[in-house]
Design a protein around this ligand. Structure first.
Ligand SMILES: Nc1ncnc2c1ncn2[C@@H]1O[C@H](COP(=O)(O)OP(=O)(O)OP(=O)(O)O)[C@@H](O)[C@H]1O
Length: 470
């Protein structure tokens, strides 16, 4: 975990840096954004930027966005200046760290910026078999091609392989080949020298160099255009890359993992993907089965997500009812684990009884549960009540909520509802304290005090936002 500090270390910013250092961060420092940009261009491994309020944050964020350098920027300044904090966030800072610094808040920023996603969970024999094969090859240097429908957990499995590999202490860098316009993907991968193209204002290293010593995940590799596939193949074969506009190749030591939700062999047969690259990537092929084919995972993952989102939203843990679980097991899950995760998050927020019942589990293709229909009836053999052809009409499920927006709140304590509202809002702003405080209409300090209280009561508080800046 590398943290770049911009500004003077003489005062409270220095204290914040010290806390981050004691929490295991490797610290780097520059006095101004010019030095910071130089640093960020030459090393793609900085995870978090702490920037003093007096610095031109808007200029920094604009440059990062323009040069597609993705790193969260946290503005740091006196806690008694909420206007400056709000301005910094408007200028593009990801969040605000009030000074004097709160060690727990710094720890949360660090944890969030480390990019750890859910640990991989599996119980179904089909998935356990896939995980076992992944672990078997994890310690080798072989390229692995992970395939499966969207949302099956390809990236989660790739991270798991990295964590179990000999490269676990080195960077894991992921690049989504479908998310970046074709003309920029090449420079994202290989980097560029100053002046290589209009807009290349300085030398910038690419993902290959950033992943040196570690693992590079090429997500949705089938979307890469054929010309770039040739350059990628050369880089893998020669173990060296050429920065755009560069005059000498750069040696790289990177293990490649790739994912695709298309059948890459068929793409190669159709001439849309280079066959030689396909063979290079597919040294080991790991297909992940769709969620509907692994019912053992549906029960494990749904219970896990229910626990997780209850905690995140400050709600009491409630189990899924048997009927709700039967419903989940019948569903087709075309969006796979991602769809299940979203459905469980929704169900946690909508449930009102001691259990999460079918009326809270609203899935596409199934209408809202009529209020006068007893849960026991809904729990009857599911095919009879929720057939895929739809005995119940199919209005959008949010109509249940619109009909009576406070029905789920009646009977609950005020402080409990406040806690749920605060944590729910914080969750919806991806942990961004400043945005959440603005939405809630309270000061950042008031929000921070509430969060500190919740944390001291053992409630899990969403970590601060640390998405990408560019
Ligand atoms: N086995 C698992 N254990 C825990 N969480 C999982 C698992 N599989 C998937 N998830 C969660 O489901 C979501 C989707 O996972 P992921 O992004 O890895 O899927 P993907 O197959 O790479 O999707 P896409 O093809 O759309 O990029 C993530 O929030 C992830 O944390």
């Amino acid at each position: 975990m590398r943290v770049l500090i911009i500004g003077s270390l003489g005062g409270e910013l220095g204290t914040a840096a010290g806390i981050a250092g004691r929490r295991g961060a490797r610290l780097e420092h520059t006095d101004d954004i010019g030095g910071a940009l130089q640093r960020l261009r030459s090393d793609g491994r900085v995870n978090l930027v702490l920037c003093e309020l007096g610095q031109p944050i808007a200029e920094l964020v604009r440059a990062l966005t323009h040069e597609r350098i993705a790193v969260p920027v946290i503005a740091c300044g006196p806690e008694d200046d909420p206007d400056a904090a709000a301005r910094a966030v408007r200028d593009g800072a990801q969040d605000f760290l009030p000074l004097p610094p709160d060690p727990e808040l710094i720890a949360a920023f660090l944890e969030s910026a480390s990019g750890e996603t859910h640990a991989l969970m599996a119980r179904d024999p089909l998935m356990l078999d896939t995980v076992q094969r992944a672990e078997q090859v994890a310690r080798s240097e072989a390229s692995v091609l992970i395939t499966g429908e969207s949302g099956t957990g390809k990236e989660v499995l790739a991270r798991h392989i990295h964590r179990r590999s000999r490269r676990a202490d080195a960077p894991f860098i992921a690049l989504n080949c479908a998310a970046i316009p074709e003309h920029l993907l090449e420079s994202e991968l290989f980097g560029h020298e100053k002046g290589a193209f209009s807009g290349a204002v300085a030398r910038r290293i690419g993902k290959f160099e950033a992943a040196h010593g570690g693992t590079l995940l090429l997500d949705e590799i089938s979307e890469m255009d054929v010309r770039l596939q040739a350059k990628l193949l050369r880089a893998i074969q020669e173990r060296e890359i050429d920065r755009l506009g560069g005059s000498a190749p750069v040696k790289i030591d990177v293990r490649i993992l790739a994912t695709s939700n298309r059948d890459l062999a068929a793409e190669a047969a159709a001439g849309r993907f280079r066959e030689d690259l396909y063979f290079r990537l597919n040294v080991v092929g790991l297909p992940i089965p769709p969620l509907r084919a692994r019912p053992g995972d549906i029960s494990l993952l749904s219970a896990h997500f229910v626990r997780h989102y209850a905690q995140v939203n400050g709600l009491p843990p409630r189990p899924l009812s048997e009927a709700a679980m039967r419903l989940l097991l019948r569903h087709q899950w075309r969006g796979n684990v991602r769809e299940l995760e979203n459905a469980m998050h929704r169900a946690v927020l909508m449930a009102s009884g001691p259990q999460i019942d079918v009326d809270a589990v609203m899935l596409p293709g199934m209408g809202p549960a009529p209020a006068n229909r007893p849960a026991s009836e809904l729990a009857a053999p599911i095919g009879a009540v929720f057939p895929s052809c739809g005995v119940i009409e199919d209005p959008p499920y949010h109509q249940v909520e619109e009909a009576n927006p406070i029905s789920g709140l009646v009977g609950r304590r005020m402080d409990e509802v406040e806690q749920a509202l605060i944590l729910g809002t914080l969750h919806s702003t991806s942990g961004n304290r400043t945005h959440a405080a603005t939405i809630l209409g309270i000061s950042i300090r008031a929000l921070r005090n509430k969060l500190r209280d919740y944390a001291s009561q053992g409630v899990s508080v969403p970590p601060p936002a640390a998405g990408v800046a560019a």
